[in-house]
Ligand binder design. Structure first.
Ligand code: CO
Length: 679
C-alpha cells in the first residue's frame, strides 16, 4: 500500500496550482441533498442553496447531489416549493458541475412501486429539467425493479449509476448471504445493465474500514465500471473507511461541506483534502476556497437550520450499528414504538427476535422501507406471540413482501410464515415471481384526468400521481387557489435573531416573571370538587369559574361516548383506597393529564359485555372490514389499524356477531380502546 500513500510534497501549497495527482479521487458533494436530509429533516430550501451555488460550481466536484430521496416529498409537503423548479433554479448557478439525484428504483421518490408509465414519465421529466446522474437503488437489490427506469435514463442520454445496498448479517462483512461474492455478482449484474458507475450504498454507516478495502479491491478486480462509495458517518467509521477504500483504488467518494457533515450525514471534505495532499490520489481542491464556502454557510444559512439538529445526545455517533449490525435510525424507531406501547422493558427480546424475523422474511437488506417492515413485525411478534403461535399479528407490508410486491428476497421467505401471511390476502394466496410492477395497472392517464383542473403541465401531474393528497394541496398553493399556510413559509434571519434574543433572555432568567405565591387567588364559594379518573389513577380537582358557576359535567361526557346500542358503560370506579386519604389529593392534580377532564377515558376492555376487539397499540383506524350485524369466525379480520406507518389486521378473537363498532375510519385510538364488540 506504500505506493498509494507516498507523500511527495515540495512546498506547503493548499492552492489549486499544486501539481495534479496521478489518479485523483473524484468527489461527489451531498450537502444539498443527503446532507440536509440527514441532519435537518430534508428542510433545506432552494433560496439557502443559492448563496453558495456559484462557489460550489468552482470547486471541481465530480457531481453535486441536488435532488431525489426525500426532497421531492418534503419540498411540496412542508416547504411549499415546486420540486421541479429547484433543479431549474440551481442549474442557473451551477453551470459546470453535473447534477446527481437519488432514485428509489420503481419507487421513484416515493414509498411504493409506481406503475411503469409513471416511472418512465418521471425519469424523462427529471432529465428534461436538468438532472444528469441517476443514482438508482432498490431496497432488496432486486434489479428487476430497474428495468423500467434504466432504459428511460439511457434514452435521455443520461448517466446511470447503479447501487448495491450494503448490508450484513454478521458483525463484519461475510457470512452465507452478504459476502464478497454477493457484492461482486451484484456489481456484474449492474455492469451488464449498462451502469456507467457502480455505487456501494452504505446508508447505515455499517461498512468497516478493512471491509471497505477488501470489497473495493474485489470490485475493482472484477468489473471495469468505476466504483463509488457512499457511506454515512452514523457509526463513526466512515472517514476511516473512505481512506481504506481510497487505498484500494475506489474512484469516487461522497462527502459533505463541513457544516453539513458528520452525525448521521457524511464525513467532511476538508479533512480528506488535507489527508491526500501530496499523494498520488490528491483530490486537488483549493482548501481556502472550501473555507470561504463554509464561511458563507455558517453566516447566512446554518442559523436558519440549527434548531433542526437532533441534540438529544451529546455524542455525534450512534454505536448501535456496531452492537447490532442494524441501522441506528431503525433501532431508535423500535425504541419509540416500544415506549408508545409501554413495553420498553422488552427491548432485549426485540434485539433477540430481530435477526430471526429478518431471516424468516428472506434476510433482506435493512434500508427504508425494509428496515421498518422488519422492525415493526419484530415488535409485533415480541408483544403478541405466545409459545403456541408465532406471527399472530402480521402487518400489511409483510403480507405485500410475502406476496412478492417488493421483489425477490436474498434468500427464500420461510414457507410457513409466507403461507400464514398470505391467508386471505386480497391479491391472491399464491405469491408472484414476476417483476413486481408487472401486476400494477397504468396510473398516469387516470391521474391526468383527476387533476386536469389544477395541473398546468406533466410536471404538475407527476406531483399529483406520486403524492395524491399532499400533491393536490401543493398545486392549490402553487396556483393561488388556497393561501400558503404560515408554517410552510421560510424562516428569515430576522426570525432567527428574535428567537436567539429570547433564548438569551430565558437563559439569563429574565424571560418569565414568576408570579409570587401571594398572587394565587383564594378559593371562593363557587369552588366545586371533581373526581377525575385517568386509567388507574384518581385525582380530586377543584374547579372554579371566575365570577360564575362552573359548567363542567364530567359524567355526562363519559355517557356521550357510549356506543349507540352498545354494551352498557361502567360508571367511574370508586377511587382506589390510596387516593381516598382525606385531602391528600385536594391540591391541583400533579399530572398534566388530569387537567383535561373533558377528554373522558375511552371504553376499556373490562367495561363491556361480549368479547371486545381491543387496540393492542395506539394508532389510527384505517378501515373496518366488518359492520354491526356481520357474522365473524375466529381469526377473521375485523379492523385494520395503522401504527408506526404499518397496517395491522386485527382478528376476531372468537366466533360470533359484531354487536358494536366504536370508532370510525380515520379515528385515532389509544392502546386498549375497544374497537368492536363480538357477541
Ligand atoms: Co445516503
Amino acid at each position: 500500500m506504500s505506493d498509494h500513500t507516498q507523500v511527495k510534497m515540495t512546498e506547503m501549497n493548499y492552492g489549486k496550482d499544486r501539481p495534479k495527482a496521478e489518479n485523483p479521487v473524484k468527489i461527489e458533494d451531498l450537502s444539498l441533498r443527503d446532507g440536509h436530509q440527514s441532519l435537518f429533516a430534508t428542510r433545506g430550501r432552494t433560496e439557502d442553496m443559492i448563496p453558495v451555488a456559484e462557489m460550489m460550481d468552482e470547486v471541481g466536484f465530480w457531481a453535486v447531489e441536488t435532488w431525489g430521496g426525500a426532497t421531492f416529498d418534503t419540498m411540496h409537503r412542508f416547504l411549499g416549493e415546486d420540486p421541479w423548479e429547484r433543479i431549474r433554479t440551481l442549474k442557473r448557478y451551477l453551470k459546470k458541475t453535473p447534477f446527481s439525484m437519488l432514485l428509489r428504483g420503481q419507487n421513484l421518490v416515493g414509498y411504493r412501486n409506481y406503475a411503469d408509465d409513471v416511472a418512465k414519465a418521471f425519469v424523462e421529466r427529471a432529465a428534461e429539467n436538468g438532472m444528469d446522474i441517476f443514482r438508482t437503488f432498490d431496497a432488496l437489490n432486486d434489479y428487476r425493479n430497474f428495468e423500467t427506469v434504466v432504459p428511460a435514463i439511457k434514452a435521455a442520454g443520461k448517466h446511470f449509476q447503479g447501487c448495491i445496498c450494503y448490508t450484513m448479517t454478521e458483525p463484519r462483512l461475510g457470512g452465507d448471504v452478504y459476502n464478497i461474492d454477493y457484492y461482486v455478482s451484484k456489481a456484474k449484474a449492474l455492469e451488464d445493465m449498462g451502469a456507467d458507475t457502480i455505487c456501494v450504498k452504505d446508508m447505515a454507516g455499517l461498512i468497516a474500514p478493512y471491509d471497505a478495502y477488501n470489497l473495493v479491491k474485489a470490485l475493482k478486480e472484477n468489473v471495469k465500471t468505476p466504483i463509488h462509495l457512499h457511506s454515512h458517518f452514523t457509526s463513526g467509521m466512515s472517514s476511516m473507511s473512505h481512506l481504506k477504500a481510497i487505498e484500494a483504488g475506489v474512484d469516487i467518494i461522497d462527502t459533505c461541506m463541513s457544516p453539513y457533515a458528520f452525525r448521521t450525514s457524511h464525513a467532511a471534505i476538508e479533512p480528506l483534502v488535507m489527508t491526500l495532499i501530496g499523494t498520488n490520489r490528491d483530490i486537488g481542491f483549493d482548501i481556502q476556497h472550501l473555507a470561504k464556502i463554509n464561511e458563507v454557510l455558517e453566516r447566512d444559512v446554518m442559523p436558519k437550520y440549527k434548531h433542526l439538529l437532533d441534540d438529544s445526545k451529546v455524542s455525534i455517533i450512534d454505536i448501535n450499528v456496531l452492537l447490532h449490525q442494524t441501522p441506528g435510525g431503525m433501532l431508535s424507531n423500535l425504541v419509540n414504538q416500544l415506549r408508545e406501547m409501554d413495553a420498553l422493558d422488552r427491548i432485549n427480546d426485540v434485539y433477540r427476535e430481530l435477526p430471526r424475523v429478518r431471516k424468516e422474511l428472506g434476510q433482506i437488506p435493512l434500508v427504508t422501507p425494509t428496515s421498518q417492515i422488519v422492525g415493526i413485525q419484530t415488535v409485533n411478534n415480541v408483544l403478541f406471540d405466545d409459545e403456541n403461535e408465532r406471527y399472530k399479528m402480521i402487518t400489511g407490508q409483510v403480507k405485500d413482501l410475502c406476496y412478492g410486491l417488493y421483489g425477490k428476497t436474498a434468500v427464500p421467505i420461510d414457507a410457513e410464515v409466507q403461507k400464514k401471511a398470505l391467508k386471505g390476502y386480497p391479491r391472491g394466496e399464491e405469491p408472484i415471481t414476476c417483476r413486481p410492477a408487472e401486476v400494477l395497472e397504468p396510473e398516469l392517464e387516470a391521474a391526468k384526468e383527476e387533476i386536469k383542473d389544477l395541473a398546468a403541465d406533466l410536471d404538475d401531474v407527476i406531483i399529483y400521481a406520486l403524492y395524491p393528497t399532499t400533491g393536490k394541496r401543493f398545486l392549490k398553493w402553487k396556483y393561488g387557489k388556497e393561501p400558503v399556510p404560515e408554517e410552510v413559509k421560510p424562516r428569515t434571519m430576522e426570525d432567527v435573531k428574535k428567537e436567539d434574543e429570547l433564548i438569551k433572555k430565558a437563559k439569563a432568567g429574565k424571560l418569565v416573571e414568576k408570579k409570587s405565591k401571594e398572587e394565587v387567588p383564594e378559593k371562593g364559594e363557587n369552588l366545586r370538587t371533581f373526581n377525575v379518573f385517568v386509567d388507574e389513577d384518581y385525582f380530586e380537582v377543584g374547579v372554579e369559574e371566575v365570577g360564575g358557576t362552573p359548567l363542567v359535567s364530567y359524567i355526562q361526557q363519559i355517557q356521550s361516548q357510549m356506543p349507540a346500542g352498545g354494551a352498557p358503560m361502567a360508571a367511574p370506579q370508586p377511587p382506589p383506597a390510596r387516593a381516598a386519604a382525606p385531602k391528600a389529593a385536594a391540591k391541583p392534580a400533579p399530572k398534566a393529564e388530569a387537567a383535561k377532564p373533558a377528554e373522558a377515558p375511552k371504553p376499556k376492555a373490562a367495561d363491556v359485555g361480549g368479547t371486545p376487539v381491543t387496540a393492542p397499540m395506539p394508532g389510527m383506524i384505517v378501515k373496518y372490514e366488518k359492520k354491526v350485524g356481520d357474522a365473524v369466525s375466529k381469526g377473521d379480520t375485523v379492523v385494520i389499524l395503522e401504527a408506526m406507518k404499518m397496517e395491522n389486521a386485527l382478528p376476531a378473537p372468537t366466533d360470533g356477531t359484531i354487536k358494536a363498532i366504536n370508532f370510525g375510519d380515520g379515528d385515532a385510538v389509544a392502546k386498549n380502546d375497544v374497537l368492536a364488540v363480538i357477541e
